[in-house]
Design a protein around this ligand. Structure first.
Ligand code: HEC
Ligand code: HEC
Ligand code: HEC
Ligand code: HEC
Length: 294
């Protein structure tokens, strides 16, 4: 049990603590602001975004367009996902090109890539939100294809809130992914699996993946030059999926992109490039060369 004295001492300590936090956040806010300074801030406060909702009848929240603390979609392994996801069956994948040089198995679109495409394929409104802000905002359909009917402004969005392209922008990738870097693709032509994570790559033209166990799950990533032995956000993340040869590492949208990272954001201690949400800057094609030995 606390004496009044320690309580007031604790209160004073708390006061100093809050003052320090306040001062600190004032000092570091411009650097740490992260996603608020990116095109993934779809709120009225966005200075960078080409697309944003109006304050009236919209929301000033940022995370809600992608995450919810409760009642998230669990059909794909994406953290606390707040939008309706498709099954992935509607996409044309890179596999249809029958590229003669491809080695790895290409799976149907899945995993985190489904989450990106829930906006970037342009078929569903960006205000499709399962758990809308405030009490009583829950709708498992997220309002359906046309979402919640927020009012949008911007150059790359239609009246329903679906992402569109201009003559020179490619933000909206559509359903045909055969002209995009392969996703759902087995890393390095196969070799490493969850059962045998250190097996050599079938295709030697790839940097060998790193692996480790996090909470009992086998995870894979490709170390970037800033590398420590542990997995960092600036490493190319590989996502474990079930291939014909068993669970193994797959390249997905999130392998190359971190959807939160601001351009030039430095709080990771490593060079990052957020303009196109890349995990590392692509100067000298560093993104490509992280995986490809070329
Ligand atoms: C445009 C969509 C989008 C927005 C907006 C967004 N996120 Fe995310 N977030 C994602 C995706 C996709 C993942 C999965 C990333 C992965 O698997 O690498 C993720 C993962 C995360 C994770 C777990 C992995 C990690 O990177 O730490 C946290 C925590 C998180 N988000 C917090 C937030 C918070 C807090 C906000 C608002 C300030 C936010 N996100 C806004 C798309 C978004
Ligand atoms: C809630 C909807 C939403 C989700 C989910 C989402 N994005 Fe975006 N994204 C946007 C909007 C809106 C823009 C800005 C479009 C523009 O300005 O052309 C954007 C822009 C981008 C850009 C920059 C495009 C450019 O032309 O500069 C990249 C890269 C990107 N997103 C990747 C991703 C990836 C990867 C994921 C999944 C990890 C993801 N996004 C998830 C809405 C979303
Ligand atoms: C192998 C790495 C890689 C993967 C996987 C990847 N991207 Fe990208 N993406 C990039 C790079 C690099 C750029 C920057 C291209 C540029 O500067 O023109 C980019 C650019 C973009 C852009 C902006 C388009 C442009 O070139 O102007 C969008 C939108 C985007 N990515 C979304 C996605 C989505 C959604 C996925 C998954 C379906 C995905 N990316 C998968 C590497 C990748
Ligand atoms: C996260 C790792 C990773 C990154 C980063 C990456 N790739 Fe790839 N890339 C792959 C994998 C895996 C394949 C499939 C190779 C196979 O199975 O033969 C592939 C395939 C390709 C192919 C060949 C497709 C074919 O038909 O044979 C090209 C070309 C390519 N990538 C170019 C790039 C470029 C350019 C960049 C940078 C913008 C890049 N990649 C970044 C992993 C990556």
């Amino acid at each position: 049990m606390k004496t009044p004295q320690t309580t007031s001492g604790a209160r004073r300590a708390l006061g100093i603590f809050l003052w320090v936090i306040g001062t600190m956040s004032l000092g570091v806010l411009p650097v740490e602001a992260g996603i608020a300074n990116t095109k993934h801030n779809l709120s009225p406060s966005s200075a960078t975004g080409n697309n944003k909702v109006a304050a009236a009848g919209g929301t000033d929240e940022i995370c809600v367009f992608c995450h919810t603390p409760h009642a998230a979609d669990t059909t794909a392994p994406v953290p606390l996902w707040n939008k309706r996801l498709t099954t992935g069956a509607t996409y044309t994948t890179y596999a249809t090109l029958n590229s003669s040089s491809i080695d790895g198995e290409i799976l149907p679109v899945g995993s985190i890539s489904l989450a990106c495409l829930s906006c970037h394929d342009g078929t569903q409104a960006m205000d499709n939100i399962i758990n809308a802000p405030g009490s009583g905002g829950y709708d498992v359909t997220g309002g359906g294809t046309n979402g919640l009917g927020f009012t949008w402004s911007g150059t790359r969005v239609d009246a329903d809130g679906k992402m569109t392209n201009t003559a020179t922008s490619l933000s909206m990738l559509g359903n045909d992914l055969s002209n995009d870097h392969p996703i759902g693709i087995k890393y390095c032509g196969g070799g490493p699996t969850s059962a045998n994570p250190t097996a050599p790559c079938v295709d030697p033209d790839f940097v060998a993946p790193s692996s480790g166990t996090v909470n009992g799950n086998q995870v894979f990533w490709v170390d970037t030059t800033g590398g420590t032995t542990s997995r960092n956000k600036t490493d190319m993340q590989l996502y474990t999926r079930l291939f014909a040869t068993g669970n193994g590492p797959s390249v997905e949208c999130g392998s190359c992109h971190d959807p939160h990272v601001e351009n030039g954001q430095t709080n990771t201690g490593l060079p990052t490039s957020g303009q196109t949400f890349l995990r590392v800057s692509n100067t000298n094609s560093a993104v490509c060369l992280a995986c490809h030995v070329k």
